[in-house]
Design a protein around this ligand. Sequence first.
Ligand code: SF4
Length: 213
Amino acid sequence: MKRLRITEIFHSLQGESRSVGWPTVFVRLTGCPLRCHYCDTEYAFQGGTWMELDEILATVAEFGARHVTVTGGEPLAQPACLELLTQLCDVGYEVSLETSGALDISAVDPRVVKVMDLKTPGSGEEARNSTTNLDYLSSQDQVKLVLCDRHDYEWARTALERHRLAERCEVLFSPSYEQLSPTDLAEWILEDRLPVRMQIQLHKYLWGEEPGR
Ligand code: SF4
């Protein structure tokens, strides 16, 4: 029986991406090979509890939600994550995966909505971007750029053009919480007429940086 190291399984409102606002069960896998400066889930780097896949599915089912998000840490750092995603889809959930963009996404079940980061210079992990991954995104997926400052914005604007991101999938620009003013970012996007969707992290405006929210 396959198992995964899990930091937490909790019920909240989806704070980001296309399914923002939906009651969602989050399955947070332990561990991440990256160290973004703005990381808000450092508590998921270590520890966690080993759980078998059927135990995870049973815990998810207790919340009675239609949406499930598998997140981390970096969930794909644990190979059995792929099997978990498939089993969640088989049960009939609307499943999304939040991933850093540094690890191969090619084997992710096509029914899963992928929300993949493209790391900006401000994250400190720009070198970890695997641009090959961009070829595995489809119109149901999203690529997310968390922006720390104007320099990141300009970098993102260039990446948008260079990789034709908006032709591949929906593009999200998100201000790093308490680092970049959402109002400034909104003005820049409008000024440059960018074909991107701005998002703020709803859960942080509701509950701050509290774990399990
Ligand atoms: S990839 Fe995500 S979990 Fe990993 S360090 Fe960066 S922000 Fe944190």
